[in-house]
Ligand binder design. Structure first.
Ligand code: NAI
Length: 338
C-alpha cells in the first residue's frame, strides 16, 4: 500500500532560514510534513526523531552508531542527507539497523568551484584586508601586494565533478594545470591538455593547491607535515573539500614558520561546533581555529561554498525526490551504501 505524502513526517535538523525557504518552496509539489529543528542531530538530540519516518541531516550532524540506534528505536526508516559528503554517517550501523541513507550527489558543482576561485582571489590579492581598510577610510596599499595567477601552476587534488570545473576555471586565468586523483580521468585531461602527476611531485611543483577529493581514511590529512614540507614557500592551499583533508596543527606550524604562502579554507576539521553559528559575542575556545584567524594570509569562510540559490533549490528538489522514490518503491538512485 502506498503511503500518502502527508503521512511522511520529516525531522529536519540544523535548519537555517535559507533551508526552510528552499525546502518549503520545493515541498509545494511534494506535500510532506516537514518539521524544521534549528539544533543539530547528535547523541543528545536523536530522541527528538520519535514519531518521524524520515530524518533530513547535513554536514555537521553526527550520525554515528549510537545515534542510528536511537533513530531506529524512534521508528526512523530513512536518513536523507541534504549534501554530497556522507563521512559523518556510520554506514555499517545504518545497514545493520535497516535504515537507508540517501544523499544529493551533485547540486551545483559550479557553486563550490566558483567559491574556491573566490577564496583564491581573496587570499592572493588580499581582498578581505582591502575591504576592511577602505570601509574605514584607509586607502593605503602597503601590505596588499598580490601575485598574477597567469603562468602559475595550479594543482587540483580530486578531479571529480567539482575538481574538473575548478581546473577549467583556473585554466581560464592562464594557469598551468596539474592534477592528482586516485582514479584519474585521463581522457578528460588529454582533451584539456592537463597533466596528472604523482602525489609527491604534485606537492612540489604547485603554486596553488585546491582540494576536491572526499574525506576517507586514505585522504584524511593528505596535507600534513610531510606534504607541507614539500610545498613551495609561497604556495597557497585552498580547501573547499572537507576540513580533515588538512592536518590543521601542521598547517598552523607551516604558517607560523612562513613555510607556505597562505591558505583559504571553507572547511575546518573541528568546524562542527562553530560553523553556521554566531560566536561573535562568545569566547572561541578552539585555539587552533583562533590561531588560524590571526594570520593575515589565511582567509576562512564557514562552509559556504555550496550556498547559491541554484544549489539550494537543487538540494531541496533532489532530497524530496529521494524521499518520494523511497516511499514509491522506485529504485533509489542516490542511495549510499558500503
Ligand atoms: P566527486 O565524487 O565527483 O569527485 C571526487 C574525486 O575525488 C573523484 O574523482 C575521486 O576519484 C577522487 N578521489 C577519491 N579518493 C581519492 C584519493 N584517495 N586521492 C585522490 N583523489 C581521490 O565529488 P565532488 O562532487 O567533486 O565533491 C568533492 C568533495 O567536495 C565532496 O566529497 C565534499 O566533501 C566536498 N564538497 C564541499 C562542499 C562545500 O560546500 N564546501 C559542497 C559539496 C561538496
Amino acid at each position: 500500500m502506498q503511503i500518502k505524502p502527508e503521512q511522511v513526517n520529516i525531522a529536519f535538523y540544523d535548519a537555517k532560514t535559507y533551508d526552510r525557504d528552499a525546502f518549503t518552496e520545493a515541498n509545494r509539489s511534494f506535500l510532506y510534513n516537514i518539521d524544521f529543528f534549528d539544533f543539530h542531530l547528535n547523541a543528545k538530540t536523536a530522541f527528538s526523531a520519535k514519531g518521524y519516518k524520515v530524518v533530513c541531516a547535513f554536514v555537521n550532524d553526527v550520525i554515528n552508531g549510537a545515534v542510528i540506534k536511537t533513530l531506529k528505536e524512534c521508528g526512523v526508516e530513512l536518513i536523507a542527507m541534504r549534501c554530497a559528503g556522507y563521512n559523518n554517517v556510520d554506514l555499517n550501523a545504518a545497514k545493520e539497523a535497516g535504515i537507508k541513507i540517501v544523499r544529493v550527489p551533485a547540486y551545483s558543482p559550479h557553486s563550490v568551484a566558483e567559491h574556491a576561485v573566490g577564496l583564491l582571489m581573496a587570499v592572493t590579492r588580499r581582498l578581505p584586508q582591502a575591504y576592511l581598510r577602505t570601509k574605514t577610510g584607509n586607502f593605503t596599499l602597503d601590505g596588499l601586494t598580490g601575485r598574477d595567477l597567469f603562468g602559475l601552476t595550479a594543482g587540483i587534488l580530486g578531479t571529480g565533478k567539482i575538481g574538473r570545473i575548478m581546473a577549467e576555471l583556473l585554466a581560464g586565468f592562464g594557469m598551468n594545470i596539474v592534477l592528482y586523483d586516485a582514479y584519474p580521468d585521463k581522457k578528460w585531461a588529454e582533451e584539456k591538455k592537463f597533466k596528472y602527476v604523482p602525489l609527491e611531485e604534485f606537492f612540489k611543483i604547485c603554486d596553488v593547491i585546491s582540494l576536491h577529493c572526499p574525506l576517507t581514511e586514505t585522504t584524511k590529512h593528505i596535507v600534513n607535515k610531510q606534504s607541507l614540507a614539500l610545498m613551495k614557500k609561497d604556495a597557497v592551499i585552498i580547501n573547499t573539500g572537507r576540513g580533515a583533508l588538512i592536518d590543521t596543527h601542521a598547517l598552523v606550524q607551516a604558517l607560523k614558520r612562513q613555510e607556505i604562502g597562505g591558505a583559504a579554507l571553507d572547511v575546518y576539521e573541528e568546524e562542527s561546533q562553530y560553523f553556521f553559528t554566531d560566536w561573535s559575542a562568545n569566547v572561541i575556545r578552539d585555539d587552533v581555529l583562533a590561531r588560524l584567524l590571526t594570520f593575515p594570509n589565511v582567509f576562512i569562510t564557514s562552509h559556504q561554498a555550496f550556498l547559491t540559490t541554484n544549489a539550494l533549490s537543487n538540494i531541496a528538489d533532489v532530497t524530496l525526490g529521494n524521499i518520494r522514490d523511497f516511499y514509491s518503491g522506485n529504485k533509489l538512485e542516490n542511495e549510499v551504501s558500503n
